[in-house]
Design a protein around this ligand. Structure first.
Ligand SMILES: [Zn+2]
Length: 83
């Protein structure tokens, strides 16, 4: 049987969970963006309408728990504005 490469998958946007680094469909992840102000943590952005670098969190409860620490820990700001 020669099916060749007929992997016709729908082009689902995939993002990586910042905690477990697993890859998930974007629709399964919650986007968070840095809040204004240093050390203000990350804000959920369900509508993906806010500017800033997106941090995606999967639906795993363990990740949600770790994400609290992750987002609560202020990081040293690096110069420049990356995507
Ligand atoms: Zn995760």
């Amino acid at each position: 049987m020669t099916r060749g490469k007929s992997h016709d998958r729908p082009a689902t946007p995939v993002r990586m969970c910042v905690i477990c680094r697993g890859r998930f469909a974007k629709s399964d992840l919650t986007r968070h963006v840095p809040a204004a102000g240093v050390g203000a943590g990350l804000l959920p952005d369900p509508r993906a309408a806010m500017p800033g670098r997106g941090h995606y969190l999967c639906a795993n409860p363990e990740c949600a728990e770790k994400f609290l620490k992750y987002s609560g820990r202020p990081r040293r700001r690096r110069g420049g504005q990356g995507e």
